[in-house]
Design a protein around this ligand. Structure first.
Ligand code: ZN
Length: 300
């Protein structure tokens, strides 16, 4: 063997070791770099995941907030609508009340007033508007009979229905002014003395001054209707007059005047119906109770 051979081998080995060492060093470095990269990527992944989680959470929170806002908006809308409705209802109610007050203010309170020796009509009172009753309905065609224009349709229907039912029924007296009543009372007093007070109201006390009150008779009885109670006309009126809004002011045993079967006053259908149903008389009710019917007195 060449003596130089072991040296060459040594050099070769040394080189080999060096290459190996360098190779290992490189690999070690690469491994280190990859580990570093991996760690960095892992951190980034974690961060991204966290970001994503927090983004998702935030988005979820935003959606919830939006939903809540939507519900709140809808509630606001519903509330606004309810408020608007409530306000409209309040306005309507106020308008109705105002209408009733206006109607009440323009409704003649005397129409349903109870008269007595202490409360009576003013001498200047007369019906706001009146019409002449066609003479075919009265017993004295030449004497004009007046009645409240609002009451006439009710009275005409009553008279026409009586005729249809073959009942002889006529008008003897309707509206009487204060002066007419005064003259009438004087005449009665001349004839009957103070006894006239029992059947004829003093001037101003008479319901006839209202223009809503009628003295009925029959064609047969004419102006002498003292026996009107015995006629089929009276029986028919007792059974039917309330349907047209008329009531008997002075029934038997009343505390005001003598029984006046011929004397009927218009009080409106509702009140007449009630008096009929409860078998009561107009003067039995309190004025407060009666006044409830004032606004609807001319309702059909
Ligand atoms: Zn009368």
């Amino acid at each position: 063997m060449n003596p130089e051979s072991p040296r060459k081998i040594n050099i070769l080995l040394a080189l080999l070791v060096l290459v190996l060492f360098l190779g290992l060093g490189y690999l070690g470095y690469q491994n280190y770099r990859l580990t570093q990269e991996k760690t960095a990527l892992e951190i980034e992944l974690t961060n991204t995941k966290q970001d994503f989680a927090s983004t998702t959470e935030k988005l979820g929170a935003d959606i919830e907030a939006f939903k809540a806002l939507l519900v709140a908006t809808q509630n606001d809308k519903v509330n606004a609508e309810q408020n608007a409705r409530a306000q409209q209802e309040a306005l309507d109610a106020m308008s109705n009340t105002l209408g009733l007050y206006q109607k009440l203010a323009t409704t003649d309170r005397e129409l349903l007033a109870k008269y007595s020796k202490t409360y009576f009509l003013n001498e200047n009172y007369s019906p706001a508007r009146s019409v002449t009753v066609p003479s075919s309905y009265t017993i004295e065609p030449l004497k004009e009979k007046m009645i409240s224009v609002d009451v006439w349709p009710f009275l005409q229907k009553l008279l026409d229905d009586a005729t249809t039912a073959n009942v002889d029924l006529k008008i003897a007296s309707a509206f009487r002014s204060f002066d007419t009543q005064s003259t009438l009372k004087t005449t009665y007093k001349v004839t009957y003395g103070s006894g006239a007070n029992r059947f004829s109201a003093d001037q101003g006390y008479s319901e006839h001054q209202l223009g809503t009150t009628i003295d009925f008779t029959t064609a047969k009885l004419g102006t002498s209707f003292a026996t009107f109670e015995k006629t089929p006309a009276f029986v028919w009126l007792k059974e039917n007059a309330y349907k047209y809004g008329f009531i008997l002011s002075y029934p038997k045993n009343n505390t005001y005047y003598i029984f006046e079967p011929w004397h009927w006053r218009f009080v409106g259908k509702a009140l007449a119906q009630r008096l009929h149903d409860e078998n009561k008389n107009f003067y039995d009710l309190s004025q407060r109770d009666i006044n409830e019917y004032l606004i609807t007195i001319f309702n059909q």
